[in-house]
Design a protein around this ligand. Sequence first.
Ligand SMILES: [Zn+2]
Length: 379
Amino acid sequence: MWFLNKNSAALVASLIVGSALSVPGFAQDDPGGPILITNVNVFDGINEELIENATVVIDGNLISEISTEDLAVAGARVIDGGGRTMIPGLIDAHWHTMLSFWPVGKVLSSDIVTLSFAAANEHEKTLLRGFTTVRDAGGAAIPIARAVDAGLIDGPRMYPSGPVIGQTAGHGDWRNPLNIPEEKDQPLDYQQRSGQTLIADGVPEVMKRTREVLRMGASQVKAMAGGGVNSLYDPIDVTQYTFEEAKALCDVAATWNTYVMIHANTDAAIRQWVEAGAKSVEHGFFIEDETARLMAEKGVWWSMQAMEATGEDAFVFDNEASNKKFVELVAGIDKVIELSKKHGVNIAWGSDLQFDPTLLPKQGKFFASCPNGSRRTKR
Ligand SMILES: [Zn+2]
């Protein structure tokens, strides 16, 4: 893919031929008039063959013509593509707008305003990497989504989850361990007050918090359904929430005509939540055959990451416990790809890059390697 300047990057979004795709943030900077991009090869996302040496006409936020003939458009701004290749805008189905760019300690010790400015800055870079849509998998990203929609900042359009919802001692419990146990009527900690995460226990509280997250503007709900890598106190193999709590959360989302995406890795956690009504399983590295079959039967999406345990693309955490958990997880990747193919489970791709700025430029590389596991099998 290629980008000539800040505005032309957004044009990649318009290359989904035949769809009326608007580009938030672009129209505001658009000087007006048609744009002619010459000397490009076009991958249109529909046909496998490239359209070579093409000319592309853009009117407003839409591509109006792709031609291999020489075109002249009166009053058009002409951009020489230099023989590069245009592709449709990319989608990252598991992105963390607020958590990707700083180490975890800095994220947790930063005030939300400073963090939001940094996130807005990184959001533009995400667009310039070719990602025109992200599904945010948790964090205080709803204001960033609104700023994009309002044309205040440039960045991918976002489907935000808002604060993750998790149980006490779960993957979403980011409190200082010295503040446990909680005293009665104790105020929420800063991470909950600022919209990064929300702790909810028991059916009534789970229902209330889910409705609050939807009221904030979440397009889907992110629930913590099992143990995590970067949380230090919950082993990977724990199932988070009881079936009744999980079902309550999924039922509320359904009344809002949306769905729940779950952070889960073990077979037990995934199975409980799929039976409770979750529609998108994030990660799922330790799934077993029967649960993968159930996901296919229920039309549940599987959002996975082709991660490496070692080498230049490996995630490195700042503590040994997380590194050990990560290596255990990644060992499951070949099996999950095999099971997803065997049962025909719907697959979404998401990078889940977090707390490591050195990985961010590789967002596209992770994308290119994920869907069929080619990156692993070639090594
Ligand atoms: Zn995530």
